[in-house]
Design a protein around this ligand. Structure first.
Ligand SMILES: [Zn+2]
Ligand SMILES: [Zn+2]
Length: 375
């Protein structure tokens, strides 16, 4: 369950699906290759973007991915592209009262940069998201901080929009260094692209979900779900359902665990988050679907996610997802026309755009990210 995103579930569902497909291939004498890709650090370090850059997904025909959620859904939504970057400012320390004229405050640079970015907000596209924290702001107020650091996430619906906004933020950071007489050092952590949806794959997944049928729950599961549901305020559930933009979401207000399988929805919509599956979706037709693991309205990255991921609710949705993934892979292996249709749509949606990795070619995966944060 980790950081409250159910990551114990999709690692296992993918592995189970790969094993099932292999056995089915052997029994039916099917020719082909099935690959199971596990991803380290899916979230903050975006493992798949590094894997794509380094050629791990080269030559795949299609990619099926799963993530637990509160609906059995294969939407057509895209996602936000982003950059994650740290700004280190190096100044000169001095006694803050005795000789402040000798000091060059790195914290001033961080603050002035933030002010500049906050003014920038008015002049970027509405859908952009820019958020930051100050990771290091100095030791004590009577010492001019010689070192300070901020960490930014810059997001927008299209990769090239992130690139543009990021360049302007870099200029602001340089401006802040110039204003304060400090030195700027930029540490690029990672970037992510936006998801290229695929209706052919979404419809195939939905067809398989309906054929297999969502799981039945035990009385114990339902008792537990009821307790969890009590901890979710109705307004929060309403907001989560509204934000999903699922047609007729109002009908789900009184539903605890959603056992329905809706048609794919959300073509042209951008879900307000990012995923490293996005970069895979530029390589070949790709779809990440969700299965109902949590009671409706469960917020992401919450203790409720952690609690439910380790129970029968999580386990049943995992097995269901594995079956859906396996069936979808077999369909694509045995129906060339279907795969071709998925590729035609893929090419059409790219519209001649070529994938460019958002990562600098020599950037190493930030394996020490959390070690550094802890310091
Ligand atoms: Zn996740
Ligand atoms: Zn997450």
């Amino acid at each position: 369950p980790g950081h409250g995103c159910g990551h114990n579930i999709h690692g296992t569902s993918g592995m189970a699906a790969a094993i099932a497909v292999r056995i089915a291939m052997e029994e039916a004498g099917l020719k082909g290759t099935i690959k199971f890709f596990g991803t380290p650090a899916e979230e903050n370090a975006s493992g798949k973007v590094f894997m794509v850059r380094d050629g791990v997904f080269k030559g795949v025909d299609a990619v099926i991915s799963h993530h637990p959620g509160s609906m059995n859904a294969a939407t057509l939504k895209s996602s936000l592209a982003n950059n994650s970057v740290k700004f280190h400012f190096h100044g000169v320390s001095a006694h803050a009262a005795g000789s402040p004229e000798r000091g060059r405050s790195a914290l001033d640079a961080v603050e002035l940069m933030n002010i500049g970015v906050n003014y920038l907000r008015e002049h970027v596209i509405q859908e952009a998201r820019i958020h930051y924290i100050i990771e290091e702001g100095g030791g004590q107020p009577n010492v001019v901080p010689a070192y300070a650091r901020s960490w930014y996430l810059v997001r927008a619906p299209e990769r090239e929009q992130v690139d543009e906004i990021y360049q302007r933020i870099l200029d602001i950071a340089k401006g802040a260094a110039l204003m304060t007489g400090t030195k700027l050092e930029v540490e690029f952590i990672k970037g992510i692209s936006n998801v290229i949806p695929n209706r052919v794959l979404s419809e195939l997944i939905v067809k398989n979900m309906r054929e297999i049928g969502p799981p039945e729950y035990s009385d114990e599961d339902l008792e537990f779900a009821k307790e969890i549901a009590k901890s979710i305020p109705p307004e929060q559930k309403r907001e989560a359902l509204r934000k999903s933009k699922r047609p007729d979401w109002e009908k789900l207000l009184d539903v605890m665990i959603d056992r329905s399988v809706p048609d794919p929805w959300g073509d042209g919509e951008v879900s307000p988050g990012s995923t490293d599956v996005a970069d895979v979706s530029w390589q070949a037709p790709t779809k990440e679907f969700s299965t109902a693991t949590y009671v409706l309205g469960t917020p992401g990255h919450s203790w409720q996610v952690v609690a439910q991921s380790g129970t029968g609710l999580g386990h049943r949705s995992l097995i269901f997802a594995a079956k859906v993934m396996a069936a979808t892979a077999i369909d694509l292996m045995t129906n060339e026309e279907l795969l071709k249709k998925a590729w035609d749509e893929f090419e059409k949606r790219l519209g001649g755009r070529k994938y460019k990795s958002p990562l600098p070619p020599d950037l190493k995966p930030p394996l020490d990210l959390w070690e550094k944060v802890k310091k």
